[in-house]
Design a protein around this ligand. Structure first.
Ligand code: ASP
Length: 322
């Protein structure tokens, strides 16, 4: 009896302590460089989630190794609700790509909800002689062994997309890894690298301003964003079945108290209805998630299914890192 009472008082004290959460700034780790697509989503999301959480949000960029360095940092952080991870499809591709991953994707995180889905675009430096997809494949065929393909490291979305593209064309390019496609884009615009496959949230403004050439979209459906609507799909351009859409979600270290997780998920759901956030994402070709995957259990189920989906594709491409 006495023990039950003590336990009840202890539970109340814990939830009481968490009633005030958050009491200090929350850090969202972005596992890529500043200025790239994941950073952009994170900063816009932070702006939308700041109000419902009533907290200051700090973005910390921890780029490198295709997003696995930043993810590892959060997996090992104190589970106190003050360090979160905003990450993308790499959560699902890295388990197949890395022989040893410093965290367990499904065991070392609390899943907070999916945020958006983003198509990708195949782009090239503005000085490339190819002006459309057919000319691009011809140019690739004529320049075997000389083409540089930029990406954000093994496991990044840009890596996954570039890998599938090379596999579909049965060609190999020299990959140039960056800590994010923000700096990769700077080099593509500068002409230091030739082509890249990246999220529309990063490529749309550069396509619009003519700083890069755009060749195709990675979804099987054409896009409606004005700057992207004229682009063919890779699927209809000859790479039958090519279909890559990536997604971002929010995570906390395993063991974060439920009271904090509940508040974070409730705030995420409010942020996903923020008109300004929706407008910004849509203008860049991204779609805010509105279905059950905004809830922790379905978010985790979805990532588990994505691990199953991408594992065999990556293994078939024979790509590994230690
Ligand atoms: N998300 C990008 C990628 O996977 C990298 C970035 O956000 O900078 O390539």
């Amino acid at each position: 009896m006495k023990r039950t009472l003590i336990a009840a008082v202890a539970t109340l004290a814990v939830s009481g302590a968490w009633a005030e959460y958050p009491e200090k700034p929350i850090t969202i780790v972005v596992p890529f460089s500043a200025g790239g697509p994941t950073d952009k989503v994170a900063r816009d999301f932070a702006e939308a989630v700041r109000k419902p959480l009533n907290a200051t949000i700090v973005i910390e960029n921890v780029g490198g190794a295709g997003g696995t360095l930043g993810a590892s940092k959060v997996a090992k952080a104190a589970p106190d609700g003050y360090t979160l991870l905003l990450h993308h499809v790499s959560m699902a591709t890295s388990p197949a790509l890395y022989r040893t991953l410093p965290y367990k994707t499904l065991d070392d995180f609390e899943y907070l909800g999916l945020i958006n889905e983003v198509p990708m675009t195949l782009i090239g430096r503005s000085t490339l002689p190819a002006n459309n997809y057919a000319e691009l494949t011809k140019w690739i065929g004529e320049n075997k062994g000389k083409i540089n393909l930029a990406n954000a490291g093994l496991g990044a979305a840009s890596h996954l997309c570039g890998l599938l593209f090379q596999q579909s064309l049965k060609t190999e390019m020299t990959t140039v890894p960056y800590k994010g496609t923000g700096p990769a884009m700077t080099d593509l615009i500068g002409g230091q690298v030739d082509i890249m496959c990246d999220q529309t949230t990063n490529t749309t403004p550069q396509i619009e301003s003519g700083k890069v050439k755009a060749y195709a979209v990675t979804t099987t459906k054409k896009l409606t964003t004005p700057a992207l609507a004229k682009l063919p799909t890779l699927d209809e351009s000859g790479l039958k079945g090519f279909n890559v859409t990536i997604w971002h979600g929010l995570y906390a270290p395993k063991g974060t108290p439920k009271a904090a997780l509940d508040k974070l998920n409730a705030a995420l759901k409010v942020a996903l209805k923020d008109a300004e956030f929706i407008k910004r994402e849509e203008a860049l070709g991204a779609v805010i998630v509105t279905d059950a995957r905004t809830a922790p259990a379905d978010h985790k189920k979805f990532v588990a299914a994505e691990i199953e989906k991408w594992g065999p594709v990556i293994k078939a491409a024979g790509q590994y890192a230690d």
